[in-house]
Design a protein. Structure first.
Length: 570
């Protein structure tokens, strides 16, 4: 399936499993979809199974978002405790689309637990409530770390929650990383368990191959090997050590978690001559996640200059990673976007494109490690193998059967969409966007939205986002005008107004009053659902969902919230 077709399927609002081999552009499609969702005012939760993957798409771990943390088993009591936490209720109730990246590293049991939390929060036993769920990943890559399940039961697609999701399968087939046909065919054969003797001979020809690039990365399966090599190599270099400390801002707990997810350390030590790789994308400065190089010098301010593999010298300044709630930064870490790279683990290389690699799989212990390691590079020319065992060139039989099914379903879906005209497809996209009162935008409008939002964020004063909204209310702007001015969702602005009504009771909010016909219906539903108005505000989000159900979902969700803001401010 082509990327544009997959994006069209996502925009239709159906549940999707987005997959494809390494380098096929899964993250690119996700990012395009996320941009469109935000432009359409559709609230999206962006999560991943690992912290490293979460930073790639600007999200958080699914463990954090769901409140499950590191627990593998949840009792009914555990589920109730998690579901009672207000921030978990907010996460789920304020969300329309849930994205989980690197689904291959999430166990079936964990996926079941996520659905249990959603059901407990929403008091709804239907699959995923009214969320659109997007699972993204490649099961041929690294599997979940779990010793509690048999080899097949640990995969996410074994979960009942997966099978109840009515997934549409989008299998990306175009390869954007490997331009060399023979190598691409070899990797595809490794995925599907169809390695031939000639392919194995091709890999054997790269045993201890000499690489001309000055900074190939060594890939190992264990952290101990990586740490030892990097420490030893840095110590061997002469000259001064330059120390760079990470700067954390805003929510300290979240910033600490973000720092833990990143590949760059909290305290980064560099010397002239150090082998490094970049751990962030910045096309404007000519580096990407996985670009390798050597520290050539330091300027008068102590910032490193790095000569990358194509000979270009780059002055490296601190970059910022952040976790955002709409346009508000709630946690951030700033650090030099480099990591010592004489060696890294196969696990941490997932998602990277490396210029060149020396790979040691002698201690390989898990399916997927060989494929992940080999698929990091673009061409066999830049591969040197230190160890090759034919017995490690295998894939799990269940994954191969599942992959064939995913590909078949994807092909059938792509074929059916060819018979649909553009107007019909556009109408499905529009129906999804407007189903709960959101606004449909075209791809061009989505791009314009992103540009204007970035410009606004750069000009915005350093004050709380609710205070900025309060200033605009004081200026006399109404709801739609504030939304247009701030490039935020109506739901977010209404949340600000709720906070403002409590903190500034004298501010004029009479214009928030919704149409009388809607207000009367919501008040009637409130009367049915709650006899205690003082206690009503405590269970704000629970009643939002119940009111929505009580009114047969005939009143847009944001209008219900607007009514409740007005009721609580009068």
């Amino acid at each position: 399936m082509d990327q544009s077709v997959a994006l069209s399927v996502l925009k239709s609002g159906c549940n999707v499993f987005l997959t494809g081999q390494a380098g096929s552009g899964k993250t690119y499609v996700l990012n395009k979809y996320i941009s469109w969702l935000r432009a359409c005012d559709i609230p999206v939760a962006i999560t991943a199974s690992t912290g490293i993957a979460a930073t790639h798409i600007g999200g958080v771990t699914i463990h954090s978002w769901s409140g499950i943390g590191i627990k593998e088993y949840l009792s009914d009591e555990d589920v109730d405790i998690i579901a009672s936490k207000q921030w978990i209720r907010n996460n789920i109730s304020n969300c329309k689309v849930l994205i989980i990246d690197e689904i291959s590293m999430l166990s079936s049991n964990f996926l079941e637990n996520i659905e249990r939390i959603v059901q407990a929060v929403t008091y709804d036993d239907s699959p995923w409530w009214w969320l659109q769920v997007i699972f993204c990943g490649d099961f041929f890559q690294l599997p979940p770390i779990s010793r509690s399940f048999s080899q097949h039961k640990k995969f996410a697609f074994y979960a009942k929650a997966w099978n109840k999701s009515d997934l549409h399968f989008c299998y990306l087939t175009t390869q954007y990383r490997q331009s060399e046909n023979a190598f691409g065919e070899l990797l595809n054969a490794l995925r599907t368990g169809q390695m031939t003797e000639s392919m194995i001979a091709l890999l054997e020809s790269r045993m201890h191959a000499k690489l001309t690039t000055p900074s190939p990365v060594r890939l190992y399966t264990h952290n101990a090997d990586v740490d030892l090599i990097n420490e030893e190599q840095l110590e061997k270099l002469p000259g001064k050590i330059y120390l760079f400390e990470a700067e954390k801002k805003w929510d300290n707990k979240l910033s600490n978690a973000l720092l833990k997810w990143l590949l760059t350390p909290e305290s980064l030590e560099l010397k002239e001559g150090a082998a490094v790789l970049f751990v962030k994308n910045n096309p404007q400065k000519w580096y990407f996640n996985g670009t390798t190089g050597v520290v050539s010098s330091f300027n008068s301010a102590g910032l490193p200059r790095v000569t990358i593999s194509n000979g270009r010298e780059i002055m490296v300044e601190k970059e910022t990673w952040s976790i955002e709630d709409e346009e508000d930064i709630i946690a951030s870490v700033s650090q030099i976007p480099l990591k010592l790279a004489w060696a890294i683990t196969v696990h941490k290389s997932q998602g990277m494109t490396l210029d060149a690699a020396i790979i040691d799989l002698s201690k390989s212990f898990e399916i997927g490690q060989s494929y992940v390691a080999l698929s990091r590079i673009k061409s066999l020319e830049w591969l040197s193998l230190l160890w090759l065992d034919k017995n490690q060139l295998w894939s799990h039989d269940l994954i191969m059967r599942g992959d064939a099914y995913f590909r078949k379903q994807s092909d059938e879906l792509a074929t059916s969409m060819l018979d649909e005209n553009k107007d019909s497809i556009r109408q499905r996209h529009k129906a999804f966007a407007q189903r709960a009162g959101w606004e449909y935008v075209t791809e061009q409008e989505a791009q314009e939205y992103e540009t204007k939002k970035k410009d606004y964020k750069q000009k915005k004063k350093k004050k709380s986002t609710a205070d900025v909204t309060a200033d605009l209310i004081t200026e006399g702007l109404k709801l739609d005008e504030i939304v247009a001015k701030r490039w935020l969702t109506k739901t977010t602005i209404i949340n600000h107004i709720k906070k403002i009504s409590i903190e500034s009771p004298n501010i004029n909010l009479s214009w928030v009053k919704p149409p009388k016909s809607i207000l009367l219906r919501v008040q009637a539903a409130i009367k049915v659902l709650s006899q205690n108005k003082d206690n009503f505000n405590e269970y704000w989000l629970i009643h939002m969902k119940n009111i929505y159900t009580e009114l047969d979902r005939s009143v847009p969700y944001e209008d219900i919230k607007r009514c409740m803001v007005f009721i609580n401010s009068t």
